[in-house]
Design a protein around this ligand. Structure first.
Ligand code: PLP
Length: 431
């Protein structure tokens, strides 16, 4: 099959996400035929290095043999079954293992990140209602935060291009300054800046806490904001404040969970336990749509009752899909058997060392790194920077998708030294 034929058929039949379709009159759509490890191949045999893990989902490369065989094995036994009133081994084992890892429990499943956020918001509000506090119904979120694009998730998302159009449909929550250290004063450390932002959170909670159900944030890295990074001291302080003012802490680890920030969960770096933990993206290694919300035992107990209306009646058709759960179990197996967290620490050091040439480039500002995420802002006044950079990168065999003027690397963890060199060298030439 020819690339060009596939492109025209796709444009005729598929409404692609996050895209002004008319732009494809001039920007080529890239069809892929297969993937292997770090690489994606088109139909003419050209390959591209997947430096953004296919929108932050892939952890162990494309067509990973361990995950492939776990899924095919499961496929022979049970592909899917209704989870209301029924259960199966993969969902039980996954829930047990996620509970052990997160120190939370009773995983509630959905199929994508935005749905996990909806679940956490609804559960938090419903918890307070069950506790006789129905007036606690507002949510606090961070400036530039991103939590998905359904209407509920947009109410706590602060990315104008995704939310402004729909603002009449959205009941917007309370916004608080981002601790992203790029906004620090000159000479102010990321930690001092984080603590100064936490004071603003305290001011807000002090006044509004009787009406607030929860604070929701992306721990350590605000992904869609352009990989804005903050000091873990913010997490510890926000946790303290949530306790003090009787407000839930929802950790949206949809992008940062599963080792992305250097620890299995980002919250570990602030030494905190959230009340709700939202997971998706890396959970199946980028194979199948799955998300989960884990919560504290006290939350679960507030729903446990003879009354149906006190129960959490939310559901999705594919909740707890057996194939997806099996893929997630294979991902956890790889973490254990390959010592991924420790290995990633070495890889991250090596990559950061290599990326020094980028950090030192005269057009580069705010070079930053957390775990297996690297980002920098490019000083370039043209409004079209991100599109031009993306297209030029494709020509060099690099799949990169800058956010505004921020170029970031979020590679699968299977990246090796040779591929790091290819990525850094290519990016340097692009600059
Ligand atoms: C991607 C993302 C979401 C939404 O997940 P979808 O699966 O795209 O709905 C929510 N929160 C964060 C932090 C994300 O990065």
């Amino acid at each position: 099959m020819k690339n060009s034929e596939l492109v025209s058929r796709s444009l005729q039949s598929v409404w692609h996400p996050c895209t002004q379709m008319k732009r494809h009159e001039t920007i080529p759509l890239v069809p892929f035929s297969r993937g292997e490890g770090m690489w994606l191949y088109d139909f003419e045999g050209r390959r591209h290095l997947d430096a953004i893990s296919s929108w932050w989902v892939n952890l162990f490369g494309h067509c990973n043999p361990v995950i492939n065989s776990a899924i095919t094995d499961q496929l022979e036994k049970l592909e899917h079954v209704i989870l209301a009133g029924f259960t199966h081994e993969p969902v039980i084992e996954l829930s047990e293992r996620l509970a052990r890892l997160s120190k939370l429990g009773h995983a509630f499943y959905a199929s994508d990140g935005a749905s996990a956020v909806e679940i956490a918001l609804k559960m938090s509000f419903h918890y307070w209602k069950n506790m006789g506090r129905p007036e606690k119904r507002h949510f606090v979120s961070l400036e530039n935060g991103y939590h998905g694009e359904t209407l509920g998730a947009l109410s706590v998302t602060d990315v104008a291009i995704f939310s402004d159009t729909y603002s009449p449909l959205i009941s917007k929550g309370l916004r608080i300054d981002t601790p992203d250290w790029r906004h620090a004063e000159r000479g102010e450390s990321p930690c001092d800046f984080a603590l100064r932002c936490a004071e603003k959170l305290e001011n807000l909670l002090e006044i509004h806490h009787p009406g607030i159900a929860a604070v929701i944030l992306e721990p350590l890295v605000q992904g869609a904001a352009g990989m804005g990074m903050h000091h873990p001291a913010y997490l510890a302080k926000a946790r303290q404040l949530c306790d003090k003012y009787n407000v839930h802490f929802i950790a949206d680890e949809i992008a940062v969970g599963f080792g992305r920030t250097g620890t299995f969960f980002a919250c570990e770096q602030g030494n905190i336990l959230p009340d709700f933990l939202c997971l998706s993206k890396g959970i199946t290694g980028g194979y199948l749509p799955l998300s989960a919300v884990l919560s504290r035992q006290a939350i679960y107990e507030a729903f446990y009752d003879d009354s149906l209306s006190r129960a959490f009646l939310h559901s999705h058709s594919y909740t707890g899909n057996a194939l997806a759960c099996r893929a997630a179990l294979a991902v956890l197996d790889i973490f254990e058997s390959d010592g991924v967290i420790a290995k990633n620490r070495e890889k991250a050091n090596l990559m950061t060392e290599k990326a020094k040439v980028l950090a030192a480039h005269p057009k580069v500002e705010h070079f930053r790194n957390t775990g297996m995420i690297w980002a920098f802002d490019v000083v370039d006044p043209s409004p079209d920077f991100s599109r031009r950079f993306h297209l030029a990168a494709l020509k060099k065999g690099l799949l990169l998708r800058p956010i505004g003027n921020t170029v970031y690397f979020m590679p699968p963890y299977v990246i090796e030294e040779e591929e790091m060199d290819f990525l850094v060298q290519g990016t340097l030439e692009l600059l």
